[in-house]
Ligand binder design. Sequence first.
Ligand SMILES: [Zn+2]
Length: 81
Amino acid sequence: MKKIPLRQVRIISWTLYALAILLILLGWLLRLFWLIAAALVVIVAAIVFLAIFNRCPRCGRFLGHAGGAAFCPHCGERLDG
Ligand SMILES: [Zn+2]
């Protein structure tokens, strides 16, 4: 599978989370509940995206959903971004 740099993985995942929050707010304000359902789909997509791509470049282990760590918690590899 093609590797995506961790910095871009974080930008994409935060963009997806921001989009989901926006959809929930819009759906709530406009009483359009399918927007909230769409937001839940976006959140699931963001979680799946992170599970696939938010991995240490050296040991390949999952880095968690929070992101922003400077070092891999498993092998101590320095992470960019
Ligand atoms: Zn590692």
